[in-house]
Design a protein around this ligand. Structure first.
Ligand SMILES: C[S@@+](CC[C@H](N)C(=O)[O-])C[C@H]1O[C@@H](n2cnc3c(N)ncnc32)[C@H](O)[C@@H]1O
Length: 263
């Protein structure tokens, strides 16, 4: 990164079509750029909830003319960390998928273990693990789904810096960092772990080279870059919201949660 300019697609006018409250918000520019960089044929997400991360992957596929398919898997019942929720969340996600991503997005309402049978080994270009965050649950999800990922495919782990309650993604990810070579961690926004499965052809994509560079300076600057990208996106969203509120005479509601959909 030191001598090259890194100017990814998220800086060139990325406006999330889906904006709902989720701690995933800080990683949206990275998710958008990652999909543009790897051009996945097949994505699976374990844990969709209200779809913030999932629909960012989908949006990047559409914006970059990627002829792939994204599967979102969730029981849409909630778990010990999200608490139980009602069908309105699922219904809203279905509606958004129908409206924007008909044909390249499939929602599998089932438990992760039930969905396993629908995927071939070595088939996924991108796997996002974001279900229950206990150590045991992350270990189970990783162990079951790792064989489904292509050699050279990418696996994301959310909340690898969240050391609250009985969250254990941080501990499991620390162990993976010891065992595997191509592993990267964003520390901001509760943390996002990125891992590249061994094998596959090396990529020339700048983002992938930076992610798995062993250069301390590259790593530091990539982390800083996406902290700023997250803030920049949020500031732009706030400004848009403020302008729209003024036009429509709306008052208040400046918080992320209050803004609802950013469409
Ligand atoms: C942390 S939320 C997902 C957050 C989402 N990725 C976002 O962008 O905000 C976790 C979701 O995983 C689901 N979940 C947890 N364990 C599951 C399992 N074993 N099978 C199916 N769904 C599960 C819950 O219903 C919940 O909706």
């Amino acid at each position: 990164m030191s001598n090259n300019i890194y100017f990814p697609p998220s800086l060139q006018g990325f406006e999330p079509k889906r904006m709902v409250f989720s701690t995933w918000v800080d990683h949206l520019p990275f998710a958008y750029d990652l999909v543009a960089a790897i051009r996945p044929e097949l994505i699976a997400e374990l844990g969709v909830y209200n779809g913030l991360s999932f629909f960012t992957f989908c949006q990047s596929m559409v914006d970059h003319d990627i002829d792939g398919v994204a599967y979102g898997i969730d029981c849409w019942e909630g778990d010990e960390h999200t608490d139980a929720y009602d069908d309105s969340i699922y219904n809203e996600v279905v509606e958004h998928a129908r409206e924007h991503y008909r044909g390249n997005t499939y929602l599998l309402r089932m438990f992760f273990n039930e969905a396993l049978q629908h995927f071939n080994d070595n088939s996924l270009d991108l796997l996002h693990i974001d279900g229950l965050h206990t150590y045991e649950a992350i270990q189970e999800d990783f162990t079951n789904w790792y064989p489904k990922v292509k050699p050279g495919g990418i696996i994301l782990f959310h909340d690898v810096m969240a050391k609250i309650k009985d969250f254990g993604a941080w501990k499991y990810f620390e162990e993976l960092e010891q065992q595997y070579d191509d592993v990267f961690r964003f520390n901001h926004g509760f943390g996002l772990g990125v891992m590249r499965k061994e094998g596959g052809a090396p990529s020339d994509e700048p983002l992938l080279r930076l992610l798995f560079s062993k250069d301390e300076e590259d790593i530091k600057r990539l982390r800083q870059f996406y902290v700023h990208a997250g803030h920049f996106l949020e500031a732009r969203r706030q400004a848009t919201f403020w302008r729209q509120s003024r036009k429509g005479g709306k008052k208040g509601g400046q918080g992320k949660a209050d803004q609802g959909k950013g469409e």
